[in-house]
Ligand binder design. Sequence first.
Ligand code: SF4
Ligand code: SF4
Length: 465
Amino acid sequence: MKRLYLSRFAHFFYKEIAEGDVALYHSIKMSVIFLDYKTAKDLESTYEGRSFAEFCEIFSNNNLTESRKLIRKMIAAGFLINDKKKDDDLLKSIVFNIPNPYPHILYLMMVDGCNLACRYCFESMNQGNVTCEYKKMPEEIIEKALNRYVDLINANPKLFPKEKTIIFYGGEPLINFPGIVFALEKIKSMQKAGKTPKKLKLILISNGTLINNEQARILKKYKVNVSISLDGNEKQNENRVFSNGIPAFKKIMRGFKICQNLGLNTSISCTISNSNINEVNAVVSEILKNKVYYLGFNILLGETSSEYHRKAANFILDAYNIFKENGVFEDRMHRKIESFCKKRPMLFDCAAAGGNQLVVSPEGSIGICHGFFNERKYFAESVFNSNNPLKNPIWQEWNKRTPFNMKECLNCEAIAVCGGGCLMNAEKVYGSIWKVDESHCEHSLQSLNWLIWDLHKSLLTVADV
Ligand code: SF4
Ligand code: SF4
């Protein structure tokens, strides 16, 4: 008689209250079935496999028709398989279908220094003096970088129409404002010539302290979205300082308000640090008070404390619960929700993983990740040669770096909503881009748990989704 086995990707989520409902979740197909406690316990004890009829018998809580229906549902959702090889095939199909590297994102590193000296900055470029002789990206490099980018995106007509993003970054990119204006003019003429897709997003990532009305007007004219780093109220921004230790908060807020009042699309990037981690409600109030409708939370890179990781994950979820009632979009949580709702496994958590971005330095070298900009690691190509960076072994290797290719992740229930965190953090903290970025695990695990029970809340009876 044909036996049915419980997939190794089947995971049981028990509610903390004893004997409550149990969620059966398939970590790759992302399907969920809610079971009563006894059925779940019976099922959990069947790893060696049973026939269809035996399964009907052990689900004694249900009548025969209901048992049959449930088993068929579990077969259709991949929880019960008739051959253990099916699990391996499922995994292979995900890995086999990883898209090739393609530069959806271009980072222009407009300058290699910053006018702030934020205490938690992972870039370590915090020289904190705007008058220093930083290396600014000259017009020649800007032009070459944009030409190279346009050639590469046009080389794949199928992917060309998909949204592209050009990000002005640094250091503090506003230190090289003339360079930004030059780039914007070039981009505009490329757009007119149809060399960029219709959906082209331009983003300036800034600390906000240098921006003035005139600059903001120019950015608005070119429809640049501005993202300003802001961690909450004045006290919660105590890590944001100039090199002489003077707090930057007032100048950050001044820049933020200039952008907002002029009607620029202004979002914030909020780092969860020792100064705000215990005050989620105050951070959220500040965000709502300032009418921010789009933001992203950053987990501190280089932080190894599991207590911090747990609190940061709680922080993001607590904030999300308030944001969803107020129409605020938080990017980190949104990515997980989208993946879960669409049952689309998240292969990567950023565009460097996957080999989907180019980062151009002021002197024209091309790298894959802005997190390695300071030491120019993985900046192996150049705007001065005609090599295709996407064929470089670095892009090829990063293209494969997903939890679906990492044995430590294969049995993790959160594998399909995870993306594998930050490769730079994995290397700098844990030794290699192929190590698990443990700082992101807690957030992935807690988010999955939240998603499953949030779904449960919206269902009245046992259901498959
Ligand atoms: S690897 Fe980390 S630092 Fe680099 S682009 Fe991805 S998230 Fe950013
Ligand atoms: S990185 Fe962590 S949370 Fe993500 S799949 Fe791997 S073990 Fe799971």
